[in-house]
Design a protein around this ligand. Sequence first.
Ligand code: SF4
Ligand code: SF4
Ligand code: SF4
Length: 244
Amino acid sequence: MNENFLILTGMGYTSKAKGSPLVDQIDAILPQTQCNQCDFQGCRPYAEAIANGDAEINQCPPGGQEGADALAELLGVETLLLNEEHGETKPKRIALVDEKVCIGCTLCIKACPVDAFVGSSKVMTQVIAEECTGCDLCLPVCPVDCIDMVEVKPAKEILFINYLQFYEELYEKQTHEKKQRTIAKRRFEFREMRIERNKQERTDLLEARVIALKEKMAKDKTQKEKIEAAMNRVNTSKADDEVK
Ligand code: SF4
Ligand code: SF4
Ligand code: SF4
């Protein structure tokens, strides 16, 4: 019996698979391009939507038909043709910056979900080719349109010579792709963690400033009250002297 056998309930799929939870299993199949073409904010939210029965298995163009088929197999359901409304499956591409045109605005750095850019403010930016998932998210934010997507040829095409060699090479290719997905996922999660930490640090800093300001205002108020009390005492003393 297929250990990945699942039940589709009103609430989505219930996993009978042993080991990792269903969302993790679905997420592991997704390409981790984090491009949002599936209409979800990244691969993990799409995986959660599939598990909950809120999304179809054919909404991920980077994963292609192969990805939809793999999801169908995992979930024990009929596969679906890739829904082209979400875009077409393109060959592996990476971003390339025209260094002569780049103005170092860093907008692409902020848009990249896997931190594939190197550079800083007013310094020319470039892409670490191995880290780029080809998500296209940096293209629309570049104000000078100096990023191009260039196609990357697969390291080696798998030719059919005999079954053994074919499956060995297929296994090698799938292992390589899995490794790439794992790296992209880690980089994305690390970036999310860093953004969350920075946000928390800014909140903490703001709260500390508000507390310091309140303390200063309270101190100023106390001092003002002390001065007023001293002034009152002086005035009372003067008035007493005049009476005498
Ligand atoms: S790679 Fe696929 S699952 Fe991930 S965000 Fe893009 S479309 Fe969605
Ligand atoms: S460099 Fe551009 S295309 Fe490559 S992963 Fe980053 S945002 Fe996506
Ligand atoms: S968005 Fe364009 S101009 Fe700005 S740093 Fe990136 S590549 Fe350079």
